[in-house]
Design a binder for this molecule. Structure first.
Ligand SMILES: [Zn+2]
Ligand SMILES: [Zn+2]
Length: 101
């Protein structure tokens, strides 16, 4: 898990949330590792959670070193920075084939 990743985690109240990670911390609370972020599609809704609550880490949606990512901004509606492992179109960054996007 790193900054810019899109993850799924299960919050204390139940259910599943999809979140863009903005910070990864070795001590998010009570000495436990975790993350800060915001809900996908709702950047004003900030959340945090423990690493142990994370269900799945998706492809990297946003890379701070990439010019395209910087231009579009975090959480923008665009193909994720990392292509899918199953991509058959060259697996370049921001691939827009059916597998990646
Ligand atoms: Zn990028
Ligand atoms: Zn692709």
């Amino acid at each position: 898990m790193k900054v810019g990743d899109v993850i799924k985690y299960s919050p204390f109240g139940g259910g599943v949330r999809e979140v863009v990670v903005t910070e990864v911390s070795a001590d998010v609370k009570n000495g436990e590792p975790g993350f800060d972020g915001y809900l996908v599609g709702d950047p004003t809704h900030e959340v945090w959670g423990y690493a142990s609550q994370v269900i799945r880490t998706a492809r990297v949606a946003w890379n701070p070193d990439c010019a395209s990512c910087q231009r579009e901004g975090r959480g923008a509606f665009m193909p994720p920075h990392d292509a899918s492992r199953r991509c058959k179109s060259g697996a370049h960054a921001h691939c827009s084939c059916d597998t990646c996007f």
